[in-house]
Design a protein around this ligand. Structure first.
Ligand code: ZN
Length: 86
């Protein structure tokens, strides 16, 4: 029964936009920060994401989705699964 109180890197990626906007509920923001403290890959991911948003906001005010390639690289790194042999 270690249920809803933990969030994973996928959730971080999903919540990050709201978190950086300051619209994430404080309970979830706490979980996010707690996760990040123990997860250097997420810190790097957030720094990259932040830079992407700042760059995008200079161009226009629209939301920018996380680049799929970046997301896949992060998930792959965290799972540490080698690609299947061919
Ligand atoms: Zn993480």
């Amino acid at each position: 029964m270690s249920g809803d109180s933990e969030i994973g890197c996928k959730e971080i990626a999903q919540l990050l936009g709201d978190y950086l906007d300051g619209t994430l509920p404080s309970q979830q923001a706490e979980l996010l920060e707690w996760h990040i403290e123990a997860c250097p890959p997420c810190v790097a991911f957030i720094n990259t994401y932040r830079g992407t948003i700042n760059a995008a906001r200079k161009l226009c005010e629209q939301e920018v989705p996380i680049p799929p390639e970046l997301k896949n690289r992060l998930i792959g790194f965290l799972k540490q699964q080698p690609p299947p042999p061919r």
